[in-house]
Design a protein around this ligand. Structure first.
Ligand code: PLP
Length: 452
């Protein structure tokens, strides 16, 4: 069953929940193996090796379409995929094909987007510490919008745009002082944040005044991003109210006309059975009605509305496939199943204490019998991927899957302990295509120089 609203399927194990959040096409096949988009995951592991990221390509298309449907162009809406969740050539191509815009947060993400042929005019550039070289690259590429984060960046961008003889459309990133109920490190809209212009201390007002005076910048609108993995719609409505109040004040003082309001990303994904994020259509309804209500109250024309989803587009489309290497029971304490990856391919557990589910792809139909902590292979005691997973009897060689790793998994991957980054495949209609090849040991040293 694919619940488009939640973007995840909950496979019922014959015996026992919890049921992991898998991509929409997932099923248990006749061999008793997990199958995704018509591909047997055990066979994928044999063909491409492990650790391996597998994405259900159609699932990504479906969620992009659900966003476009809920936020239609005709209603003045714009959906901007936050590429940091999973940025790569194939993904940028897919997103471009679905008609979304793209948020990039560095020169590197911009480079990937441009190499993928992403239309520059649909690119929004973010970043709280963009270098002059990164801003020059934006101007050279003629990106659609730069979301300016500081007074320093405002001045720098004005100068660079002036030298190039262009007027660059911009948004200002506002810190609205709203606390989304999520992990501290992924809250970005509260006052004590490194991002954006603070409303409370008047810097946001100063930024509007300077942006309007800047010769080579065109202030099109405002942006805020209040955090990630958000399950409540209230903070979004609050954000709209705060930003419209602010825009109304700027209108009165400086004649600023708000043409685009970008309320960021943040909609939650399903990582486990307790996760129940609002649907995309509920998010859209809440935002549109808040915007209508607040602009009417302020006597302002309705601006265009933009959202910047990342996680909710890709998290449940992807899963990570590992091979169990060893199983160790500490009597009276716990059983560890150690796999051939870990914090090098999934940093979120270490960063945010993120909770994942696990299942055995080669015993997908078997009842759960043991409680196991899935450990990574890295030299950190905290490198644990899943705590207290309920699994069938687990042995070395079993193919273990952690679902819902499609967002901020590969994009945060690293080479700790000299671990090459995994391959990524897109599965579709029974065939799988490698869209990122596995790093080799040679790749690990390709930038190194030897001492004489
Ligand atoms: C500015 C901005 N927009 C959008 C996003 C995407 O957020 P999410 O993946 O939670 O949808 C982020 C994530 O950090 C962000 O910083």
């Amino acid at each position: 069953m694919f619940d488009r609203a939640r973007g995840a399927v909950l496979l019922s194990h014959p015996m026992e929940p919890p049921t992991p959040p898998l991509p929409s096409s997932s099923r248990i096949n006749d061999a008793g193996h997990l199958e995704v988009a018509g591909c047997d995951v055990v066979e994928l592991a044999a063909e491409f090796g492990t650790p391996l990221f597998v994405y259900d390509q159609q699932h990504i298309h479906d969620v992009c379409r659900a966003y476009r449907q809920a936020f239609p162009d005709q209603e003045g809406c714009q959906v901007i995929y936050a590429s940091k969740a999973f940025t790569y050539l194939a993904m940028c191509q897919l997103v471009a094909g679905e008609g979304l815009s793209l948020d990039v947060a560095s020169g590197g993400e911009l480079h990937i987007a441009l190499e993928a042929g992403f239309p520059a005019e649909r690119i929004f550039v973010h970043g709280n510490a963009n270098t002059a070289a990164e801003l020059e690259a934006c101007i050279r590429a003629r990106v659609g919008h730069v979301v300016v984060d500081s007074l320093d960046e405002l001045a720098a961008l004005d100068g660079i745009a002036g030298e190039a003889g262009i007027v660059q459309p911009i948004l200002l990133r506002i810190t609205p002082g709203i606390e989304a109920h999520t992990h501290d490190f992924i809250q970005t809209g509260k006052l004590d944040s490194k991002f954006g212009f603070c409303l409370a201390d008047g810097v946001a007002m100063e930024a509007v005044s300077r942006a309007m005076a800047a010769e080579n910048l065109e202030l099109v609108g405002l942006h805020a991003h209040i955090g990630s993995q958000i399950f409540s719609l209230e903070p979004y409505a609050d954000t709209v109210a705060v930003l419209i109040d602010f825009a109304a004040e700027c209108r009165e003082r400086y004649g600023f006309e708000l043409r685009l309001l970008d309320v960021g990303g943040g909609l939650g994904a399903v990582y486990g059975p307790g996760d129940d994020p609002p649907s995309i259509s509920r998010l859209a309804a809440e935002l549109k009605s808040a915007l209508k209500r607040e602009t009417e109250r302020a006597g302002m024309p309705l601006p265009r509305l933009a959202v910047e989803p990342g996680r909710s587009i890709v998290a449940n489309a992807g899963l990570t496939v590992y091979t169990v290497q060893s199983v160790k029971t500490v009597p009276g304490v716990r059983t560890f199943a150690a796999v051939d990856g870990g914090m090098s391919d999934n940093l979120r557990v270490m960063l945010y204490d993120a909770a994942y589910e696990a299942m055995l792809a080669n015993k997908a139909g078997a009842p759960a019998k043991v409680t196991v902590t899935v450990a990574g292979k890295h030299c950190e005691s905290g490198d644990l991927l899943v705590k207290d997973a309920r699994l069938p009897e687990v042995h070395p060689g079993d193919i273990l899957v952690t679902p819902a790793t499609g967002a901020y998994g590969y994009s945060m991957a690293n080479n700790y302990n000299g671990q090459p980054r995994p391959a990524v495949v897109f599965a579709s209609d029974g065939s799988a295509r490698e869209v990122i090849r596995r790093e080799t040991y040679g790749d690990l040293i390709r930038l190194h120089e030897r001492l004489e």
